[in-house]
Design a protein around this ligand. Structure first.
Ligand code: NAD
Length: 257
């Protein structure tokens, strides 16, 4: 357990790994031989995803039901994941909820739910995994933020706060973790076609066109297009990148349309 592990092959924990961007991250990492612990809420779903990735890639995987809003479950989840996959050199926090709730409907409970899942869990995940990360050469962690960390949207003040908060935490922790050569970064996706965005499109079919009109590349993103950016930040190819935000939005923040 105390041996130095080389980062390109070290296992990675992925929260929210049963759907959308988290699932694409698990697949993209397994594709290059990195074992993955896939965490999500539904035990049956994570187990079936973990075993199908293992069958398709031959790479070790482990599926586990962990609610990241519950800090005790995070601690237990890490211990169980270590038993199955060993020492972790990477972490992706993709678990998140959209938390659509404008100011006039906002309640303390909705605010807390969004912040607990999306943001509060993040520093505690890193803290619980820190001894593994310290042992791994080139360890790296990535949080999935959002263009809403930057762009104002009346529908989601709590979500925007959670995603902007991630960028602040990452800069603070980049200062702390650099002495152990652990890197920390955020990937901020634009509108990516996952169940989260599909729900919004199902609710209002005109929304897809409205999104696409603004995006310079004229289309929604694919989960894999975010996952490859995450995989890059977790790899030694990104060895001098820490405390930053990699925007993957097809030209959305940069758009004047
Ligand atoms: P998704 O709904 O497809 O996947 C999110 C996953 O997180 C789900 O499997 C869900 O079960 C899991 N999850 C929710 N609460 C959890 C909890 N308490 N504990 C553990 N798992 C939990 O959504 P997605 O679009 O893939 O989103 C992934 C991340 O990307 C989220 O953080 C989201 O905010 C962010 N993001 C998405 C988009 C987009 O356009 N899809 C844009 C910007 C940012």
């Amino acid at each position: 357990m105390n041996s130095i592990v080389s980062s390109p092959n070290s296992p990675v924990i992925i929260t929210g790994g049963a759907s959308g961007i988290g699932l694409a991250c698990a697949q993209a990492l397994a594709d290059v031989g990195r074992p993955v612990a896939i965490w999500d809420l539904d035990s049956e779903k994570v187990n079936s995803i973990a075993s199908s990735i293992k069958t398709n890639t031959g790479v070790n995987t482990f599926g586990l039901a962990v609610d990241v809003a519950d800090l005790a479950q995070i601690e237990k989840g890490i211990a169980l994941s270590q038993e199955h996959l060993g020492t972790f050199g990477g972490l992706v926090h993709a678990a998140g909820i959209a938390g659509v709730c404008p100011l006039e409907q906002l309640t303390e409970a909705t605010w807390n739910t969004v912040l607990d899942i999306n943001l509060r869990s993040w520093p505690f995940l890193i803290k619980a995994l820190l001894s593994d990360l310290k042992k791994t050469t080139g360890a790296s962690v990535v949080s999935i933020s959002s263009i809403n960390a930057t762009l104002g949207n009346a529908l989601n003040p709590s979500y925007s706060a959670s995603k902007a908060g991630m960028l602040g935490i990452n800069r603070a922790l980049a200062d702390d973790l650099a002495r152990y050569n652990i890197r920390i970064n955020a990937v901020s996706p634009g509108q990516i076609l996952t169940p989260m965005i599909q729900q919004a499109i199902d609710h209002d079919s005109s929304i897809q066109q409205a999104f696409e009109q603004r995006i310079l590349m004229g289309r929604l993103g694919k989960p894999r297009e975010v996952a490859t950016a995450v995989r890059f930040l977790l790899s030694d190819e990104a060895s001098y990148i820490t405390g930053t935000e990699l925007v993957v939005d097809g030209g959305n923040i940069s758009s004047q349309r």
